[in-house]
Ligand binder design. Structure first.
Ligand code: 9YT
Length: 128
């Protein structure tokens, strides 16, 4: 059984901080669950272009407000506390945060730890 506290992750190597988001990586590939789980804060006023071509991701908002735009059709969905979106089609998207948005994110395959977005918006696929 695995038990972790967010406080132990803050400031550790599982705490990834970028210009537009900060991700506390709660469960990683090495934890052997078959998915990774992150508590991610999308920073207020930011926009991030993302394309998880190698992963599927489900995202559940637990605090904050913003929106997601699907790039291929320009559909825009508001995000608020209680919103779930699941990128089951590897959709290219733009995430915009009006206030700090706290999201619980699940990735399959799991991320390994230090991933940040590559130039094309994806995370690399780590085999094995
Ligand atoms: C919601 C989302 O995809 N944000 C970007 C960061 C990512 N969730 C992560 O690595 O935690």
């Amino acid at each position: 059984m695995i038990v972790k506290q967010l406080d132990d992750i803050i400031g550790s190597e599982s705490d990834i901080n970028t210009d537009t988001w900060r991700s506390y990586r709660l469960l990683l590939k090495k934890d052997g669950m078959g998915f990774s789980m992150h508590h991610t804060v999308i920073k207020a006023g930011s926009e991030t272009y993302i394309w998880y071509k190698n992963h599927v991701e489900a995202v559940y908002c637990i605090q904050g407000d913003g929106e997601i735009e699907v790039v291929d059709n320009n559909d825009v969905y508001p995000i608020t506390k209680g919103t779930l979106y699941a990128l089951n089609g590897h959709e290219k998207h733009k995430l915009r945060a009006k206030s700090d948005m706290h999201m619980v994110c699940v990735f399959n395959p799991p991320v390994t730890g230090r991933e940040i977005h590559q130039e094309d918006g994806s995370y690399p696929l780590v085999e094995g």
